[in-house]
Design a protein around this ligand. Structure first.
Ligand code: IVH
Length: 670
């Protein structure tokens, strides 16, 4: 037998490690390494597979990244039809199902499996030689669409199993289950769609369906779907004598089987299970719409058989929808801490599953357009999770209805409202708007900005609520008299706070720019702007094209800066900051170019020739930077004796490790 090459061995090691970590993360929800560390492993594997195409394999974790887009979906027939289930809409109907089942089976012992009914779309995944080969949507139950490439990107769907057979040489099987999007991924997807100016998905099920059925697998890959299996079949028949055994087998072989399941012997136990999960429903990370009850023994399932469209051995106990009908009285606008204006529907109060609902968020103008909603319409509202209720759809147009228009002026401060191109949110541009003020003060005072210690949430709330501070410049006009009027403010802390405010006047221009809270202008951009223009005055006067001459400033940032300084209130604010004595000029310094220019170092363990502080000073005077923790971006780890976890991390991430002597040699003057 030919000896395996080093590359082949390394590929195998990497694949095993990645599979292990994917299982920990996506199936067990208990990651052992950071995302960055996972990325390093993945990238290492990709590189090796590129260098050695002969080592490529269909079950390699790299196959999840999403291949080429297609023209359309190919139809694929199911080996045995994917049936739907009959529903029980209340306890009596479930009791009826139990009675019927017992009658058909005679006096036999009977056991049920109760599982959660996941709200997604059903999909079948076929494996050959214990390797994933094809995924098909349910479609009409007989024929679905081949979504193999998209399904490959679902991290909780194993691409290959460790074992080579299900049982006694059987290695081809089919797993059926539900593809779902969890609530967190759904919220994130809709937020990013808002940002891109795209319409929102109405619920996680639509989002899951839309994501599994897009033509570009790379899009599915970004959407983070999950696959929860609920059946295992070999040649069109259940694989084990009981349904429970199939679920156990799937779980043991890396599938994400829902653990919230139970063996029940009586209908009372079933009803208790249904009630428990109905109460818990909102706290689950995914949406469910009921409980599925199945007869556990396959022999009994086969005797019970099927009706034309559903098995007689299973039933779906459906939860009532948490929806209600009401009328939209008005649409009001709320201003958030970032200045975003959110339209909120004021409703004729209505009870939705035990809670009175009088308001529902409408997110933004696009959402209102998507719903086709006007003030006066009759709508369906829904409560889901802990989130604020939302309007699902317009049920009926009101006989007296009028359209909603986003105000041109901020309802809180009267400042100008702008909706930038490609954005779904409208924003108030006035940085001194009370709604935005608290957040902007906290940002201004934070450690990396003006570093005003002692200006926390509780103090800022009082300062704004009592009108002592109406914009960030007013901080510099605070005095003992007013500070002593605040709750929980002693003489000592007031003196300290005033001293810290005083000290902040000396901080350099980049911090002042950063402190203004201009959208998209972070710490780095502020530095580049100060370096390019040398004074606040010049930045304020610069046109978009000039601003783009600064490093890393593109059209989007330049436009945001111009927009900010166009607003009269913001110009007044800057003027007051200038009068307060903040630094508005910046001596453009050439950063020292040394032998370590642009390199970052992490120090670990005890060094012998230098103390930590000395080593840090030497690195910095040679143009380098010393940071506290190791990441992929770290250039070198300098390890002394007894180096610990940072050294391990450097090795995992492939960051070069050097000793003190090497460092001194690099600096060039030992
Ligand atoms: S068993 C023949 N189990 O509900 C049995 N279905 O209304 C087929 N579903 O099409 C389904 N969670 O998409 C089963 N634990 C679960 C389920 C489940 C969700 C979906 C599935 C099915 C529909 C039936």
């Amino acid at each position: 037998m030919p000896k395996k090459s080093d590359a082949a061995r390394e590929v195998e090691t990497l694949r095993a490690a990645i599979r292990h970590h994917e299982h920990q993360y996506y199936v067990l929800d208990s990651p052992e390494i950071s995302d960055a560390e996972y990325d390093v492993l993945m990238r290492g594997l990709q590189r090796l597979e590129e260098l050695h195409p002969e080592l490529q394999a269909p079950d390699s974790p790299t196959m999840r990244v999403g291949g080429k887009a297609r023209e359309g979906f190919i139809k694929a027939a199911h080996i045995s039809p994917m049936l739907s289930l009959d529903n029980a809409l209340n306890p009596v109907e479930l009791q009826e199902f139990d009675r019927r089942t017992r009658e058909l089976l005679g006096a036999e012992e009977l056991e049920y499996v109760a599982e959660l009914k996941m709200d997604g779309l059903s999909m079948s995944a076929r494996y050959e030689n214990c390797t994933f080969v094809q995924a098909v949507t349910r479609g009409d139950g007989r024929v679905g669409e081949d979504v193999t490439e998209n399904a490959r990107t679902i991290r909780s769907l194993p691409l290959g199993l460790k074992t080579k057979d299900v049982a006694d040489g059987v290695h081809a099987f089919e797993v059926r289950g539900e593809a779902v999007m969890n609530r967190a991924a759904f919220e994130k997807l809709n937020l990013s769609r808002d940002e891109q100016g795209l319409s929102r998905f109405a619920n996680p099920r639509n989002a899951a369906a839309g994501s599994l059925r897009v033509l570009e697998p790379s899009v599915t890959a970004l959407r983070r779907l999950d696959f929860y299996p609920y059946s295992l079949m070999v040649e069109g028949r259940p694989a084990f004598p009981t349904h429970w055994a199939s679920l156990d087998w799937l779980q043991a072989h890396g599938f994400k089987v829902n653990r919230n399941r139970k063996l029940c012997r009586t209908v009372e136990e079933l009803l208790a299970f249904c009630a428990v999960w109905e109460a818990q429903r909102e706290h689950l990370p995914y949406e469910i719409d009921g409980v599925v009850v199945k007869v556990n023994r396959i022999a009994q399932q086969e005797r019970l058989g099927y009706t034309a469209k559903a098995p007689r051995w299973a039933i779906a106990f459906k939860y009532a929808a948490r929806q209600a009908e009401t009328q939209v009285e008005n649409i009001e606008v709320q201003v958030g801490r970032t200045g975003a204006l959110t339209p909120v529907a004021k409703l004729v109060p209505v009870e939705v599953s035990g809670v009175m609902v009088a308001r529902a968020t409408l997110h933004n103008e696009d959402e209102i357009a998507r719903l086709g909603l006007q003030i006066g319409d009759i709508v369906i509202v829904e409560r889901s999770g802990d989130v604020i209720p939302k309007v699902v759809r317009v049920k009926e147009q009101g006989s007296y209805r009028r359209p909603f228009h986003m105000p041109k002026a901020c309802p809180v401060c009267g400042g100008k409202v702008v909706r930038e191109e490609g954005e779904s949110a409208s924003r108030c541009l006035n940085a001194s708007c009370p709604a935005r003020l608290k957040e902007s003060i906290l940002h201004f005072a934070s450690r990396g900005v003006m570093n005003i210690d002692g200006l926390g949430d509780a103090i800022v709330d009082q300062l704004v609520d009592r009108n002592f501070v109406t914009n960030i410049a007013a901080l510099y006009e605070l005095d003992m008299l007013r500070l002593m009027l605040l709750d929980r403010m002693g003489e000592k802390s007031a003196v300290k706070l005033l001293r810290n405010i005083e000290k902040s006047r000396a901080l350099p221009l980049p911090r002042v720019i950063y402190g203004l809270g201009i959208r998209f202008v972070g710490e780095r951009t502020s530095m580049f702007l100060a370096e390019r223009f040398g004074s606040m005055e010049k930045i304020m006067q610069a046109a978009e094209a000039e601003l783009q001459e600064a490093d890393e400033v593109g059209p989007k940032i330049a436009q945001s800066i111009v927009l900010f300084f166009k607003e009269v209130r913001n110009r007044e604010l800057v003027e007051r900051l200038k009068l307060a004595g903040l630094q508005f000029e910046y001596a453009i310094q050439k950063r020292e170019a040394g032998p370590l220019q642009g390199l970052t170092f992490v120090l670990t363990g005890s060094l012998s020739a230098l103390t930590r502080e000395e080593a840090k000073a030497r690195i910095e005077s040679a143009g380098g930077k010393v940071i506290g923790s190791v990441s992929r971006k770290t250039h070198y780890v300098v390890a002394g004796d007894d180096a610990g976890s940072k050294l391990d991390k450097a090795r995992t991430l492939g960051v070069p490790v050097i000793d003190e002597q090497k460092l001194l040699a690099m600096i060039g003057n030992p």
